[in-house]
Design a protein. Structure first.
Length: 619
């Protein structure tokens, strides 16, 4: 057969630069709408300086799983995959299924009359046809006419033959039968162009579930963002790219059983970077966020997005632990709850070794300090100025016992001594806004735990407000500082238990797995986190992490050698490995660059980063 040479002019013609012919409806578009010529050969077409050959899918596997087309879609060469879908009207679908069931039943009876055993393939096909017919009749599914075609592009015939063989092998690995579009090369090429034309007409009938499994972002190990619907919710957050299948990993913590998460990683693995990325994309979805920031890593991000920064421990910034909530939103036991929180804070300030007798004395002094300020159990008195830590010390002095004098002396550093700056006045900073960052960088090490408790209490005051119910994300970075203190771990445990009922999620981020997994309270916090993220782990901790999270040997090896910014997302029985993805602007914000808002192209290696400011996360 002689070769044909087809010259397509007009829409597919390329005009020369000196051409003066302006005829045609769109003379300026001809230069980039197509090649100069298309040369049609029996097995391929020459499109400009490229060769293109089309493979037609003629056979499909009996069963498919989500993302079953991923090997073809992620093929490293230049391959166009076209999926043509046409819905089949319900009356036509019902008629076809009826004929198919009759044909299968007839085959079964003929084989039975000949004394042959039942054919397993015929039995399975009959059962599938019956199930599909019932689902179509109930409106639970529909039928679609689907054509799948693959066009391979190369530079020369030898490479084209090799690429076709390689694509055939990939197709056969997922149980697809393919055939070349011999003598229909032009039709095949046009069919895979974005024209919506199926000029080959090799179709197969799919039901709704099988067609949905062709979705390019689906993946066998991608946890559904909505466990009930089995799909992706509108508020799902993009975590990154699936390292196994190059698809996208999206997850909605608010669609899970609870909204809490825990992130464990060694220093320098990129956990703070990923947490900032999750936080930033949650803000896109209308989620309010509150951050406990021990190292001042989130302040630039908050400034860039119009958030509020409360620099706890800075001169003139105070948080009064005796503040009462607004009487309009507080419960009848608000005063009692504040007294109990004061006990928790005082236990931390006094070193944690408070005896039962000392607690009794402190309780009497706390109530006396409230009465001295005119505050009683009557909610009408709660709007009066709350007492200060110095008022509690004065109440202890008035108690008049040696034990009370001893307790007052132990509180002196926090009222009149070196650490009085945080407690020597009423509250000066009110956390308000869509993003509030509590920067604890200026706190002395001796006040870190107390400052975290005050911060968590201020956060809980917002989360527990019944008049302002909205989705909130509470991020506690470097949580090992709080886990090492018994009262701080208890506070985190209570928040992880009760946050879900208030549409809030607790995100615990730490680099020390031993502090989280080595205590019963830490293990309870992990158990109450439906979303668990593991990044690179230290060899000394991988054993405990693998046992706690039920990791396989391969997953443990992955965490030992995971590059910066990669990790495992665990959600119930689902788990997926991913690599964080960020735009240039997000990358600059997450690294804390001062030029993030004004210079998107700034050097990304120059800013603050998680644990190691000198090494940027490769994305």
């Amino acid at each position: 057969m002689t070769w044909q040479r087809l010259i397509l002019r007009g829409w597919f013609g390329r005009r020369s630069a000196d051409s003066s012919d302006d005829s045609g409806p769109h003379p300026g578009l001809a230069g980039w709408l197509g090649p100069d010529a298309v040369e049609v050969r029996p097995r391929f077409v020459a499109v400009g300086d490229q060769l293109a050959a089309t493979l037609v899918v003629t056979g499909y596997p009996a069963e498919v799983s989500p993302g079953w087309l991923e090997p073809l879609l992620s093929y490293p060469g230049r391959v166009d995959v076209a999926l043509h879908i046409d819905p089949v009207p319900v009356p036509v679908a019902v008629q076809r299924l009826r004929r198919q069931r009759a044909r299968l039943e007839s085959t079964r009876r003929v084989e039975y009359g000949r004394g042959k055993l039942d054919d397993p393939e015929t039995e399975a096909a009959a059962a599938d046809a019956a199930d599909l017919a019932y689902r179509v009749a109930r409106g639970e599914g529909k039928l679609f006419s689907v054509g799948l075609y693959i066009t391979v592009h190369t530079d020369d015939e030898h490479t084209l033959a090799e690429e076709l063989a390689s694509v055939r092998a990939v197709a056969e690995s997922i149980l697809l039968r393919v055939a070349p579009a011999t003598f229909r090369a032009l039709r095949g090429w046009l069919t895979t162009l974005p024209f919506g034309l199926d000029l080959l007409g090799v179709r197969r009938t799919f039901d709704t579930q099988a067609l949905a499994a062709c979705f390019p972002f689906a993946s066998p190990d991608l946890p559904p963002a909505d466990p009930v619907a089995g799909g992706v919710t509108e508020s799902a957050v993009l975590y990154g790219a699936n390292t196994a299948s190059t698809s996208l990993v999206l997850w909605d913590r608010f669609a899970a059983d609870n909204h809490n998460s825990v992130t464990l990683a060694r220093s320098g693995a990129g956990k703070s970077y990923l947490t900032k990325l999750d936080l930033l994309r949650s803000l896109y979805q209308g989620v309010d966020a509150l951050v406990v920031d021990p190292e001042g890593e989130y302040t630039r991000l908050a400034d860039a997005v119009g958030g509020t920064v409360v620099r706890v421990g800075a001169p003139g910034v105070r948080l009064n632990p005796f503040d009462l909530p607004d009487a309009a939103t507080a419960g009848a036991d608000a005063l009692t709850r504040r007294a109990l929180f004061a006990h928790t804070l005082l236990s931390v300030l006094l070193g944690g070794d408070v005896t039962a007798v000392e607690r009794a004395v402190l309780d009497t002094a706390i109530l006396a300090a409230y009465r001295a300020s005119g505050i009683t159990a009557d909610p009408r008195t709660w709007s009066r100025p709350a007492p200060l830590l110095g008022d509690l010390q004065a109440a202890l002095d008035e108690y008049g016992t040696d034990l009370a004098y001893d307790l007052a002396a132990r509180l002196a550093p926090f009222t009149t001594g070196s650490w009085a700056g945080l407690f020597d006045g009423p509250t000066t900073a009110r956390p308000q806004g869509h993003l509030v960052v509590f920067d604890l960088r200026d706190l002395a090490d001796e006040l870190k735990t107390a400052g975290m408790l005050l911060t968590l209490d201020a956060i809980w005051g917002q989360v527990d407000n019944p008049r302002d119910r909205k989705r909130r994300l509470v991020v506690v970075d470097e949580a090992w500082r709080l886990m090492r203190d018994g009262e701080g771990a208890k506070f985190l445990f209570r928040m992880s238990k009760a946050a879900r009922k208030r549409q809030a999620g607790l995100a615990v981020v730490t680099q020390d797995a031993a502090d989280v997994l080595g205590t019963e309270l830490g293990q309870a916090v992990v158990a109450n986190a439906a979303t668990q993220i593991l990044m690179r782990q230290a060899p000394q901790a991988i054993g405990a992490v693998a046992d706690a999270f039920g990791l396989s040997a391969g997953e443990a090896e992955f965490l030992l050698a995971a590059p910066r910014g990669e990790g495992l997302l665990l959600a119930g029985s689902h788990r997926v490995s991913f690599a964080a993805l960020a735009s240039d602007a997000e990358d600059a914000l997450c690294q804390g660059l001062e030029t993030a808002a004004s210079e998107p192209g700034a050097d990304l290696a120059a800013g603050d980063q998680d644990d190691d400011p000198s090494v940027p996360i490769p994305l």
